[in-house]
Design a binder for this molecule. Structure first.
Ligand code: ATP
Ligand code: MG
Length: 321
């Protein structure tokens, strides 16, 4: 059985201008102990896919539909509030894109982490605080005693990310979802945080999902990659294969846009054109308006995600067996 099993997930938001189709039929799975990278440009539906999985999107603004939305065999689509809270407390934790989603500015880091430990583990106050200290040390925060007493705004970006990871680990999840865990950080700190997450994954045997818009970030971190665009999955494959032989032209464009280092400077090459408008997505393949290979069929018919060899799928009319 897969730990994560998503089939044909669709998520839309009611907006004053119309309906935003944020996720348009996403199918993906994750095995126990495996690590998965979710990549794609801004607005491709990466965060919404996993916020929907965690059932953190509220009706009536958000509508979630799926053929399957399961975590470790539990149906999340029809789960009640109690079941959802149990799953979030024991099975899965998420590190959010915005640190302030995880921390309340009014309480100390120590109070907040130990509160979660107390709620989920029936632990006393003193023992929970000791565990919180241990977790801060585990995420390599140098002065855990001092940080326990600090408020979120007193920490640097990198420290806050580490504290968020400590918070996420506090209920010993079997799956950690890290949404853009490194965007706001400088390159060296980014690399340290990613290394920390992978070390923790190997140590605990948990499964890992890293969401990022930068394919370069996860090149050496995850087992498999899911490439998303316009609310759809464009390609799935083993990380090495994705880099060595990308099937979808969008994946190729993403690889070419990885910031390189030229004469010591980071150089960002953007993919020409702009992402689709989620209020009125293009017909056919969502990437066709920007794709050099696109023809009439790409503009009119949406390609399904088809398998090519072992563990490999892509949604593109131009890929041949
Ligand atoms: N609460 C919301 N209400 C309305 N529209 C939303 C909401 N959340 C997301 N969207 C829209 O859904 C689409 C997908 O958003 P999502 O946040 O999943 O993108 P993303 O791939 O995570 O991008 P980024 O890299 O910028 O984080 C976007 O068009 C976004 O504007
Ligand atoms: Mg996002």
């Amino acid at each position: 059985m897969q730990l994560v099993d998503i089939k044909d997930l669709r998520v839309s938001f009611r907006h004053h201008d119309g309906v935003v189709s944020a996720v348009r039929g996403v199918t993906l799975g994750l095995s126990k102990g495996e690590s998965l990278g979710i990549v794609g440009e801004s607005g491709s539906g990466k965060s919404v896919t996993f916020l929907a999985l965690m059932r953190l999107l509220q009706a009536p603004a958000a509508t979630i539909e799926a053929d399957k939305l399961e975590l470790d065999g539990s149906d999340l689509l029809n789960a009640d509030a109690k079941a959802l809270s149990d799953i979030r407390g024991s099975l899965v934790s998420m590190v959010f894109q915005d640190p302030m989603t995880s921390f309340d500015p009014l309480f100390t880091i120590g109070y907040q982490i130990s509160e979660t430990i107390q709620t989920h583990g029936n632990t006393g106050k003193k023992a929970a605080l000791a565990q919180a200290r241990e977790l801060l040390a585990k995420v390599e925060i140098k002065h855990p005693d001092r940080v326990l007493k600090q408020y979120p705004h007193q920490l640097s970006g990198g420290m806050l990310q580490r504290a968020m990871i400590a918070m996420a680990l506090s209920c010993e999840p079997r799956l950690l979802i890290a949404d853009e865990p490194t965007t706001a950080l400088d390159v060296t700190v980014q690399a340290q945080i990613l290394q920390l997450i992978t070390d923790l994954q190997q140590e605990t045997g948990m499964s890992l999902i890293i969401i990022t818009h930068d394919l370069g970030v996860i090149a050496e971190t995850v087992d498999r990659v899911v490439v998303m665009y316009g609310g759809k999955v464009m390609e799935i494959g083993d990380t090495r294969e994705i880099f060595e032989d990308p099937l979808n032209p969008y994946t190729k464009a993403l690889i070419e846009s990885i910031p390189g280092r030229e004469a010591g400077k980071r150089k960002l090459i953007e993919i020409p054109g702009s992402s689709p408008n989620a209020l009125s997505p293009p017909s056919g393949c969502p990437f066709h308006p920007r794709c050099k290979l696109a023809d009439d069929k790409c503009a009119s018919d949406a390609p399904n995600l088809s398998t090519f060899g072992k563990n490999r799928s892509a949604a593109c009319w131009k890929v041949v067996q």
